[in-house]
Ligand binder design. Structure first.
Ligand code: NAG
Ligand code: NAG
Ligand code: NAG
Ligand code: NAG
Ligand code: NAG
Ligand code: NAG
Ligand code: NAG
Length: 278
């Protein structure tokens, strides 16, 4: 009995939710038909991001009102009838956001967010604007732009270590953002192929304090007449790929590349050469 009534209440709640979703969808469609400009901006930490937006009206600065806010309703920038309202700006954006006053009369309400941090990654920014003419409203306060911002800590220093005895190869990328997508390719004399993921084990960890990722991918090199192996790390935000290649030389020795293992091998080789000359 009790269970049944709970179920039916859930059922009704479920239908109500679905109706709400449908209504939401409907109003979203209405908004879209009012042509909101939606796009992504991808940038780099410490760099800046231009959030572009314009309203289709030429206007005096004293007839223009607009503001930008993020999905938490934190205000980035606020302009009211010729004045920048610095006291409306919320903390994470203080002294970091500027607009282009000389372009505003053309309807350009873009803002520049400077000194990006990973705290800005994934934020959704929306611009609302209204245009008046004296006491008349030319354009009602409405959402005009929607920008998704993605921030990256660029990939560099890709380390590749190969153990030809164990037939394993480890590719490591430290302190980056976002997490890399790692792939391996094997080069034969006249072709190359993507390595099946069953030979690859990738471990990714995120530092809870600075949000940076460290990824380490181990390839169990399948037997075959290959000439070289390449580790490829794709950064989805900058849409770039960093790679490192290990070329097997005839009778290749133990470890290759880089860091302490390579250093030790060089030292050992020097020692061996020295001994042989004695
Ligand atoms: C708005 O002005 C800025 C600064 O001059 C410029 O970089 C941007 O391209 C302009 N945007 C539009 C939509 O005109
Ligand atoms: C940018 O942000 C960093 C860290 O928050 C800060 O140390 C640095 O002074 C800022 N630079 C500028 C130009 O605001
Ligand atoms: C503002 O109003 C004046 C007079 O009513 C008109 O001439 C002008 O075109 C209007 N400007 C805009 C941007 O609507
Ligand atoms: C690849 O090319 C090298 C040099 O041209 C040759 O010595 C080797 O036998 C070739 N390997 C295969 C598997 O064809
Ligand atoms: C921007 O970054 C997002 C998140 O990583 C990604 O999905 C998108 O493809 C990137 N856009 C471009 C143009 O690279
Ligand atoms: C990423 O770059 C490649 C070319 O290097 C391009 O074909 C692809 O469309 C880009 N992806 C995105 C999401 O912009
Ligand atoms: C590896 O990176 C270099 C540039 O650093 C590029 O020229 C080369 O095409 C890349 N190789 C692959 C297999 O992506």
């Amino acid at each position: 009995m009790c269970l049944k009534s709970v179920l039916s209440t859930r059922f009704i709640a479920n239908i109500l939710t679905k109706m709400a979703v449908l209504l939401g969808l409907f109003s979203a469609l209405l908004f879209v038909s009012e042509a909101i400009f939606v796009y992504n901006v991808n940038s780099t930490v410490m760099d800046s991001a231009l959030l572009e937006c314009s309203v289709p009206v030429k206007t005096d600065l004293k007839n223009l009102r607009f503001y930008w806010q993020d999905e938490r309703n934190y205000v980035l920038y606020s302009f009211n009838k010729g004045k920048t309202m610095f006291n409306h700006v919320n903390d994470p954006y203080l002294n970091r956001v500027s607009a282009f006053t000389q372009d505003m009369t053309k309807g350009n309400i873009s803002v520049l967010v400077k000194n990006l941090t990973l705290g800005d990654n994934g934020r959704i920014f929306e611009a609302y604007a209204a245009v008046f003419n004296g006491s008349k409203t030319v354009m009602q306060n409405s959402k005009v732009c929607h920008v998704n911002l993605y921030v990256t800590v660029p990939y560099k220093d890709l380390k590749l270590a190969v153990n030809t005895k164990m037939m394993t190869s480890v590719c490591t990328l430290r302190d980056v953002f976002p997490a890399p997508e790692i792939h391996w390719t094997i080069h034969y004399n006249h072709s190359e192929s993507l390595v099946d993921s069953k030979y690859v084990h990738t471990k990714t960890e995120q530092d809870p304090e600075n949000y940076l990722y460290t990824s380490s991918s181990t390839l169990h090199i399948p037997a075959g007449p290959y000439r070289a192996i390449t580790c490829l790390c794709h950064n989805p935000t900058s849409n770039t790929t960093l790679n490192a290649t290990y070329t097997l030389s005839k009778g290749a020795a133990v470890w290759s590349l880089p860091g302490w293992s390579a250093g030790l091998i060089v030292a050992a080789a020097v020692l061996l050469t020295a001994l042989m000359q004695l």
